[in-house]
Ligand binder design. Structure first.
Ligand SMILES: C[S@@+](CC[C@H](N)C(=O)[O-])C[C@H]1O[C@@H](n2cnc3c(N)ncnc32)[C@H](O)[C@@H]1O
Length: 270
């Protein structure tokens, strides 16, 4: 699928569409609930991610990051990984940059998640000391994706992996990404997707019944792993998402399915 298939008037332009964990009434309480949820699972987040995705998440981060290699290789490039959590997409960008040294920032509004990212970065750099040519390491910043502390037209690349779906207002998120992108800049949103047909039936069975049980068992908390399938169901399907990207002002909007469409990469150009 390469372009928006839905005409713009078909989707609501006024209704706020975004994450709404159970019991929240407005975008502000939704954002608070999302932050508390991720903070509560931060210590076990990586383990659960890999178990619940059968480690496919590693391939997705790598594939998405490689897509943007040419931008990362631009002299003086700046990249922002939004909703970076414990940093795996940020590290994938760093690896995809190879020998070049773009400035890479990981931003998240959960301090606990960022702390894990910083610990992992310290572990990686001490493990690679003496083996690799030194490259600029990612920097971490506590920031809200809907209100970024950066000037207009600042970044060549903005990415977000499995984070955008958690924003309390998707259209506001898209506008904020566009604001901080330089003309000719790109963004990539790697997100879960609910596929259609037989794959969708298996996916729903796993996501609604198996994943919440295993997630709650390992993490010791129920809420986040009941929220996860609900948030994927709530997230716009690709055609609607691309239409929203166009409305936000992106010149191009595409979606590339990954692994039978259970995830996919949205790309937009400013
Ligand atoms: C599912 S995790 C994804 C983490 C990481 N990108 C990955 O691929 O594993 C979602 C992250 O988005 C962050 N997040 C959600 N809403 C946010 C917002 N408005 N601003 C900044 N971070 C946000 C959460 O704190 C959480 O760390």
């Amino acid at each position: 699928m390469n372009s928006s298939q839905q005409t713009l008037p078909e989707i609501s332009k006024s209704r706020v569409v975004g994450a709404a964990p159970e019991g929240t009434a407005d975008p502000a309480s939704a954002a608070r609930a999302v932050r508390e949820m991720f903070t509560s699972i931060a210590p076990r987040y990586d383990l659960l991610n890999h178990v619940l995705s059968f480690n496919i998440d590693r391939l997705w981060w790598r594939r998405a990051a490689r897509t943007f290699r040419s931008i990362l290789n631009r002299p003086g490039a700046r990249a922002l990984d939004l909703c970076c959590g414990t940093g795996d997409m940020t590290f994938a960008l760093r690896r995809a940059a190879g020998e070049s040294s773009p400035r890479i920032l990981g931003a998240d509004f959960s301090y606990a998640m960022l702390q894990r990212a910083a610990q992992k970065a310290a572990g990686l750099s001490s493990a690679s000391r003496g083996h690799e040519k030194s490259a600029a390491v990612p920097e971490w910043i506590e920031a809200d994706a809907l209100n970024l502390p950066f000037p207009d037209k600042h970044f060549d690349l903005v990415t977000s992996a499995f984070g955008f779906r958690n924003l309390a207002d998707y259209d506001a998120g898209l506008r904020e990404i566009l604001r901080v992108l330089r003309p000719g800049g790109e963004f990539g949103i790697l997100e879960c997707n609910e596929p259609q047909g037989a794959v969708g039936a298996v996916y729903r069975l796993y996501f609604r019944h198996v994943l919440p049980r295993v997630g709650s068992l390992i993490s010791g908390v129920r809420g986040p792993y009941a929220y996860l399938p609900a948030s994927v169901e709530r997230f716009p399907q690709p055609a609607e998402m691309m239409a929203r990207m166009k409305i936000a002002g992106f010149a191009e909007a595409t979606w590339t399915p990954y692994t039978l469409g259970i995830a996919g990469l949205y790309r937009g150009k400013s």
